[in-house]
Design a protein around this ligand. Structure first.
Ligand code: HEM
Length: 448
């Protein structure tokens, strides 16, 4: 990570308590994060460009020069302009860990995440003690953070185990949305090993190695308290969350993210569709959101044999420009035209009623919207040489019971696209709001 001129690491002040050792502290973090945290002026999307320049001064900066503040009203990695790469991992907290262990781990995760997002080494400069392993594994040493954001969420099983037992004394504060859980959907074939988890961590950056470094180091810090349940590397963001971004393409070759919620849509839209409003015991979640994850295998080889016209009718948009099929002559400047679901050629709707956009569009779902932030994935191939690939779909929603489940239900039952998909993983997580200046750990209000 970038050299920040942090003073050499202090002697290891890890304190042993109850036979368990803590490796990082808030005090060290403040010393370490100060330099990078104070550099630069907030720029594009709340980020800092080039460590020195504000947006007005900055020529188009390389995406690797971006840093985003770790603290603030909201967690980063939601409305942040979607970075090119992601590594998301879900963790299981060990059965013998107690509330104190969990708090320590979250504090250590928070310190480390704040340092990594600032482009610093975890724990400051490496220790000069050559008999000790360095605190930071080092594969991103002197690399810019490349817009790294690390977003944390809590799953239902953090609050209660499968028999309903309160695990850490937090159950009374479990939001109803988690307690109810995600319903089952048609045509899904979820694998236990890629579903759920007590905690989720989403690391996004424009440098894939920075993402891997983040998850690897958080996993190392968690050792003894929590372990990875599942992880997924994603590339080629399949959504734009900012109007400044070019719409990317998914593995079916279509532009994806055109009609997404964008950060520029303003606080009204985000408040209505993305930011949670909770009351009572779950009010620690107010200002947070819910992360919905679906690992969706895409049958690429079958799709690739479908004629272009049929592919476009299945999606409801033109493949080249992403323009709705309701426009007369698709072109680049029509990508963002409103979709006219009533437009017809003769008696036939131009945008078929079972096309993906017709099925999921807010116009046909009571106005409900979600913020999509998924990534393409490729996990190698099967024994016949078919790619094991698809979309790691991620959405953020204020209340998935309105803004996600009914839409996914309709999609899995009636969408023409469904024939080419198989849902193999799933997760629902409560994403708490951002960290206040005085907070020492993510989700602190849950523990107060
Ligand atoms: C592999 C699976 C999927 C593929 C290939 C896919 C592809 C696309 C494409 C190409 C678009 C049009 C461009 C755009 O507006 O972004 C789109 C739009 C959309 N998709 Fe998906 N999608 C998938 C899964 C899902 C899932 C699981 C959901 C949630 C239930 C979803 C919700 C939406 C929504 C809400 C829109 C915007 C529709 C509009 O407002 O016009 N998609 N998708």
């Amino acid at each position: 990570m970038a050299d920040t001129g942090t003073p050499p690491d202090q002697p290891d002040e890890a304190k042993a308590t109850g036979g368990k050792t803590r490796g990082f502290s808030r005090r060290r973090l403040v010393a370490g994060a100060g330099a990078a945290g104070m550099l630069g002026i907030a720029g594009f999307g709340g980020g800092t460009i080039g460590h020195h320049l504000g947006r007005a001064e900055a020529a188009p900066a390389a995406t690797t020069d971006l840093t985003y503040p770790f603290r603030g009203e909201r967690q980063q990695g939601i409305t942040t302009p979607a970075q090119d790469n992601m590594y998301i991992a879900a963790y299981t907290v060990n059965g013998d860990a107690d509330l104190q262990d969990l708090r320590w781990m979250l504090e250590d995760w928070t310190s480390a995440a704040e340092q990594m997002c600032a482009g610093e080494l975890i724990g400051g400069e490496p220790s000069t003690n050559k008999d000790m392993p360095p605190k930071d594994t080092g594969e991103a040493w002197n690399y810019p953070a490349a817009g790294l954001t690390i977003t944390f969420g809590f799953g239902k099983t953090l609050f209660e185990d499968s028999s309903g037992k309160d695990r850490f004394g937090l159950k009374a504060k479990m939001p109803r949305i988690l307690a109810e859980g995600m319903p089952k959907f048609a045509n899904e074939k979820l694998r236990a090993e890629t579903t759920d988890g007590d905690l989720v961590v989403q690391a996004c950056s424009n440098d894939p190695q920075v993402c891997v470094h983040a998850i690897r180091n958080l996993t190392r810090i968690a050792f003894g308290t929590a372990a990875i349940k599942w992880g997924q590397i994603g590339y080629g963001r399949t959504s734009s969350t900012s109007t400044d971004q070019e719409t990317p393409r998914n593995l079916f070759g279509f532009k994806d993210g055109t009609a997404n919620i964008k950060s520029q849509d303003g606080s009204g839209v985000l408040d209505e569709h993305v930011w949670a409003h909770e009351s009572g015991a779950a009010d620690w979640m107010t200002g947070g959101t819910y992360l919905l994850a679906r690992k969706i295998h895409m049958y690429l080889e079958i799709w690739d044999r479908v004629g272009l016209g049929e592919q476009e009718e299945i999606i409801g948009r033109d493949k080249r420009y992403g323009a709705p099929l309701s426009v007369d002559a698709p072109s680049a400047d029509k990508e963002f035209d409103a979709i006219d679901f009533h437009a017809k050629t003769g008696n036939k709707p131009k945008v078929p009623g079972n096309s993906h956009v017709a099925v999921v569009a807010p116009e046909n779902n009571g106005g409900h919207r979600m913020l999509r932030r998924g990534y393409n994935y490729t996990d190698g191939n099967d024994s016949l040489g078919r790619l094991d690939a698809g979309l790691f779909f991620i959405a953020f929603a204020r209340d998935p019971r309105e803004g996600f489940y009914p839409i996914l239900k309709k999609m899995t039952e009636t969408d023409a696209l469904t024939e080419y998909l198989q849902h193999v993983g799933s997760g629902l997580y409560a994403v708490p709001p951002g960290l206040r200046d005085s907070d020492t750990m993510i989700g602190q209000r849950l523990f107060e």
